[in-house]
Design a protein around this ligand. Structure first.
Ligand SMILES: [Zn+2]
Length: 354
């Protein structure tokens, strides 16, 4: 039976394969934001675009390139998953603001302004001092607004995130994190941060990454759902989504590279806990991609909120796609949000006529 609404995952970094593409289909995922750069420079990022070009060629019945909001509809109608590209770090633009437009032209749609550390644009969430958005950061935000590259502050510091929300003329995202109040990890977001993001029409995607969960790998689905319900009461369900942050089938070496990049000597990294926790310990809550995406009422009848199911939150990214991928210098038009309808659409959410 055709499911109502859309299923969108706000972020994943799997070790992609035909197996996972088939699992996305089994779970009925209409669209997904896929990380294609962590620490890569421009040229290395281009290689990742090339790799995806081959996958689109090889698996045309399972996946398709996502560039515009309408591509989510096309994916749904043709039984495929639309793949939208993003970067967790601004490293692909190197120190050249002109690359923002170039990368958007190549198909990028999301970019984080920092990844844990200080960047040329903003402070990361693990730095001791957050000096806010830098001079270059202000210019890059304007340029991202202009071309329609979504600002993602998932790994940024509090002050930087609040300032980005203020400076940006378009809604910004925290694609994958949870409320700090529920689980006080440095990567999770305080009230003030979430408030600043949603006040500008932005959204928060709930993460399943063990370090972002209360009790880490032992987090129960009930606790996760209760957290969603409380967050929805506070900020409104229309500001919430899911960014699973699944890193399915990635070896520990990749998780280590995600964290270390080129800024730390790998040999000095503390062995054990931090790497192992990255990939294999989603198990308690997720038990693999297909099972997570098949939660609707929630297994064992868990419901995050009366009248809603876990999946209703996957829809909240929908207005974002037309809102942000609209390539023009026009001001943002108001979101047309219909909780009941099929589904959250925005005026003018089509591929622009060139
Ligand atoms: Zn991340």
């Amino acid at each position: 039976m055709r499911q109502p609404g859309f299923r969108i995952d706000g972020l994943q970094y799997a070790n992609w394969s035909e197996k996972i593409f088939r699992q996305l289909r089994a779970g009925g995922v209409d669209a997904i934001h896929v990380t294609i750069a962590y620490h890569e420079n421009f040229r290395e990022t281009v290689l990742n675009f090339e790799r995806w070009n081959r996958w689109f060629e090889q698996y045309p019945d399972l996946i398709m390139r996502g560039l515009w909001a309408g591509d989510v509809d096309i994916a749904r109608e043709t039984g495929r998953t639309a793949v939208f590209f993003g970067f967790q770090n601004p490293s692909p633009i190197e120190d050249d603001i002109g690359l923002v437009e170039i990368l958007h032209t190549l198909g990028a749609r999301f970019m984080q302004l920092s990844y844990n550390n200080q960047s040329l644009l903003a402070t990361g969430c693990y730095e001791a001092e957050d000096a806010g958005i830098t001079r270059m950061g202000r210019q890059v935000i304007k340029e991202m607004n202009r071309v329609g590259l979504v600002i993602d502050m998932s790994h940024s510091g509090d002050r930087s995130t609040i300032e980005a929300a203020e400076i940006s003329e378009r809604p910004i995202t925290i694609t994958h994190a949870n409320p700090f109040e529920w689980s006080p990890a440095l990567r999770n977001k305080t009230d003030a941060v979430i408030q600043a993001v949603v006040a500008g029409g932005g959204m928060l995607g709930f993460s399943l990454y063990p370090h972002h969960l209360k009790g880490k790998s032992d987090c129960s689905l009930q606790s996760f759902c209760d957290m969603i319900a409380r967050t929805a009461e506070k900020y409104g369900a229309e500001s919430l989504g899911i960014g699973s942050d699944l890193c399915q089938d990635q070896p520990d070496s990749i998780v280590e590279w995600m964290r270390v990049g080129r800024w730390k000597q790998r040999a000095r990294l503390r062995r054990g806990l931090c790497c192992r926790a990255g990939v294999s310990t989603y198990a308690a809550l997720v038990r693999g991609q297909p099972r997570f995406w098949q939660y609707r009422d929630g297994p064992e009848g868990h419901r995050p909120q009366r009248g809603r199911n876990l999946w209703d939150y996957g829809r909240q990214l929908v207005p974002f796609f037309p809102g942000q991928f609209w390539r023009s210098e026009r001001a943002i038009e108001p979101l047309m949000v219909s909780q009941a309808g099929q589904n959250l659409r925005r005026v003018g959410g089509a591929k622009p006529k060139s």
